[in-house]
Design a protein around this ligand. Structure first.
Ligand SMILES: [Zn+2]
Length: 502
């Protein structure tokens, strides 16, 4: 692996070039890693990958956790590794000890022997030896060492322990990786403590690693504190090695990461959009698509994305985005995708994932261009303001719709939830325990926001919001403005769209 920074903008934002032996062409950073299930994007077959922009789409995120049940490391190894197994020899795999789609870290089950995860096959404890064995069989181009990821609200003591364990496991992973395959990224954690993040970064920098994997984000921290945490880490890291972050996915979060000097992002945003029937539509040419109030009453759209399940698209014969060069937009219409969604044809998800990936890679291209032009801050500010306006306008229109139809108190449907982060119900600091003990008994509580018996309520003091409680977890929405937060809740509760925005 070779990496070089080519341009800087506004202090920390940087554009670079990553060269991996599996990829014939070098990949420009900041770059998006496409999330995969067992080596492939969930809805895109290998032969359809050619329809995505190249070489931007040649970085694939994977996780050994996908292969806990089968096939065994021995089988994968005898096939010749992940590249041979899925037949993608010109694509680079980046493995991390986290899978944001299915396997969530379980900090309570983690102990000194290994990290615990909630997986589809139950709670599993993964030890460094087992982890390195799986990595060795998969032969990814880049892999991150094991981490003890903890949510933002754990005690200082637990946070310190997580850093100590993560650093020790990094030493274990380096020692166990006798074959020396793939570039190792040292895991950096530290929860919501700037001091612990710094300490972890300083320890990892001393080790023989090719880059850095920053974990522990998307686990309950607020947008406001995240910038300080990211900056504290990247300040310590050497410029010449790449940095990857997990848990940041929304465009605003990507921009926040880029502003802190992150190069690689593994995000499940596209996956969740596609599952919800959403297609990205925000402008990629830098122009502002200002819309009038009457247009905003359009159901299923907030003008940064559209929900193609909405009946308004049933007779819409236009492509998802006019002028988009993706396979879906070149060959199909909104009406057809709406039909496919209605009849539960998987082709709908295939077309949506192609478009959404195409569109999001275009967004990354714009980010790189802004950095190269030295105008990243201006780009970021313009983009966020434009998107926030659209979300707020859409919220107002949707609230009006909900009121007109008397849908103010409709219960959310858990099956349509798409999480942006999660919080474990049994956790929380002592202050909050006292404050919320009564609502805790009803199993719906977290921070200062509450959702009782399926009904919505809110407190936007920290910009952190619960939209629903589901089983042992509370799914939450992080937003920039109270109105945008309400938008998320309204979307969740409005029967017209069925699926929340995020
Ligand atoms: Zn398209």
């Amino acid at each position: 692996m070779q990496f070089a920074v080519k341009a800087w903008s506004n202090g920390r934002a940087r554009a670079g070039v990553l060269q991996l032996s599996s990829c014939p062409n070098s990949i420009e950073t900041p770059a998006l890693l496409l999330s995969t299930m067992k080596g492939l994007p969930e809805f895109i077959a290998p032969h359809l990958l050619q329809f995505l922009p190249s070489p931007d789409s040649h970085l694939l995120q994977t996780s050994p956790l996908h292969f806990l049940e089968c096939p065994s490391p021995k089988t994968i190894s005898s096939i010749g590794g992940l590249h041979q197994m899925v037949g993608l020899t010109e694509y680079a795999f980046v493995a991390a000890p986290r899978d944001s789609i299915q396997c969530l870290p379980n900090c309570e089950g983690t102990n000194k022997f290994g990290a615990s995860f909630e997986t589809p096959c139950g709670r599993r404890l993964i030890k460094p030896k087992e982890y390195v064995e799986m990595i060795s069989s998969m032969e990814p181009d880049i892999w991150a060492s094991m981490a003890d990821e903890v949510p933002a609200w754990v005690s200082e003591k637990r946070n310190r322990t997580s850093v100590d364990r993560t650093v020790r496991w990094l030493d274990d992973c380096i020692a166990l990786n006798v074959a020396g395959g793939g570039a190792i990224f040292g895991a950096i954690v530290g929860g919501s403590s700037v001091e612990e993040r710094c300490r972890c970064a300083q320890e990892v920098v001393r080790r023989n690693v090719s880059g850095f994997w920053i974990g522990g984000f998307g686990l309950g921290e607020s947008m406001e504190e995240r910038s300080a945490l990211l900056n504290a880490v990247t300040d310590v890291l050497p410029d010449e090695r790449p940095r990857q972050v997990s848990g940041l996915g929304l465009p605003e979060e990507i921009l926040q990461g880029v502003a802190a000097g992150i190069d690689l992002f593994d995000s499940t945003y596209i996956h969740h959009l596609t599952l919800g029937g959403f297609a990205l539509t925000f402008q990629l040419d830098g122009t502002d698509n200002h819309v009038s109030g009457s247009q905003l009453s359009e159901i299923g759209s907030d003008h940064t994305k559209i929900n193609l399940r909405a009946t308004v698209y049933r007779k819409d014969t236009s492509p998802i985005v006019d002028g988009c060069s993706c396979y879906a937009c070149q060959n199909h219409t909104r009406a057809y995708i709406n039909h496919l969604l209605n009849v539960h044809e998987m082709l709908a998800q295939i077309l949506l994932e192609i478009h959404n990936t195409h569109h999001y890679l275009g967004f990354f291209r714009l980010v790189r261009a802004a950095i190269k032009a030295g105008e990243f801050d201006q780009f970021r500010q313009k983009f966020i303001e434009s998107r926030r306006d659209h979300l707020v306008f859409a919220m107002v229109s949707q609230l009006q719709n909900a009121e007109e139809h008397g849908h103010g108190a409709i219960k959310p449907s858990p099956k349509c939830l798409r999480p942006n982060g999660w919080i474990e119900l049994d956790s929380g600091n002592n202050e909050e325990k006292k404050e919320t003990s009564r609502s805790r008994s009803s199993n719906f509580t977290c921070h200062r926001a509450r959702l009782r018996n399926g009904r919505r309520s809110c407190d936007d003091e920290r910009g952190v919001f619960i939209i629903a409680a589901w089983g042992r977890y509370v799914w939450m929405w992080k937003a920039f403005a109270p109105l945008a937060i309400s938008n998320a809740i309204t979307d969740l509760c409005a029967p017209e769209t069925r699926t929340p925005t995020f």
